[in-house]
Design a protein around this ligand. Structure first.
Ligand SMILES: [Mn+2]
Length: 278
């Protein structure tokens, strides 16, 4: 066993103690990267806006058009919990925004490997209009080329580090870890990026006066259980923005105000919802 010492920085400790935090707690917080009292406020109002995500406007514009025109969408997900929850979030979000039910494509780990591959694109129907990746795609150069060759538009949403080359000719690439993206929270999971795409698209559709009495605007808080679950399961860093997502999502799960699938998993695992922690 190895004991790893974390350093508490002087300035944050002072800022925290002068805000009334116990000095021992202040040192623990500081050693975990908390810079000041604001970082301890986990209210949803502190959640970063999507606006600093590179290409998010283009992505939202393209998805809004797809929703309004009932285009045929293919979601390219992944087989881990981040990819699966992110895909669920996108499908549910697109339906809630008034779009047509998208088809879901998850690669076979044994035969197709990971990500949007030409093999996965080959399974998509010929009349697909738009492919949206979630938790993958930033390295899918051949897969995007195959999709473009079939005439499909592509929106990449991902959070993995970008390689030297990016996929070409996409409608948009949304990834906090791509070069030139100013979004400060680089530890956002794939499910968080998917959440931001739905948030930005909702704002775009609101601008277009798409919502009304006959088509109510969805409340984004209904997706927070999925965001919390997959941010934790993907072992994303507990930086402030992720802690806000997690605190809000876990609170909803504890109050059983979450999707029935998560309650069913908890039941099988023998865990009482009110006892759920990260
Ligand atoms: Mn992931």
């Amino acid at each position: 066993m190895r004991i790893q010492l974390r350093q508490a920085e002087h300035e944050p400790v002072t800022a925290l103690t002068s805000a009334g935090i116990d000095p021992v707690l202040a040192r623990i917080y500081s050693a975990r990267g908390v810079a000041g009292p604001d970082d301890l406020d986990l209210g949803l109002a502190g959640l970063a806006s999507y606006t600093q995500l590179k290409d998010i406007d283009q992505a939202a514009k393209r998805l809004a058009i797809a929703i309004k025109n009932a285009e045929k969408l293919a979601i390219a997900g992944d087989f881990d919990s981040d990819g699966a929850a992110g895909a669920s979030l996108l499908i549910e979000g697109i339906l809630d925004l008034g779009g047509r039910l998208p088809s879901l494509f998850i690669p076979n780990r044994m035969t197709q490997g990971y990500g949007l591959s030409p093999g996965l694109v080959a399974e998509m129907p010929a009349d697909t209009n738009l492919v949206i990746t979630v938790d993958n795609g930033i390295a899918s150069i051949a897969g995007v080329a195959a999709a473009r060759a079939r005439g499909f538009d592509v929106i990449i949403t991902d959070h993995h580090l970008a390689g030297e080359r990016l996929p070409e000719d996409c409608a948009a690439i949304v990834n906090p870890n791509q070069p030139g993206c100013a979004f400060p929270w680089k530890g956002t999971a794939g499910v968080g990026v998917a959440f931001y795409l739905i948030a930005a698209t909702r704002a775009k559709l609101r601008e277009d006066e798409w919502f009304g009495d006959h088509r109510p605007e969805p409340n984004l808080s209904k997706y927070l259980d999925l965001v919390a679950l997959a941010t934790i399961a993907d072992v994303a860093p507990f930086e402030r923005n992720n802690r806000i997502f997690i605190a809000a999502g876990l609170e909803r799960i504890r109050q059983r105000r979450c999707r029935i699938g998560i309650l069913a998993l908890l039941e099988v695992a023998g865990v009482e919802p009110e006892n759920v922690t990260a």
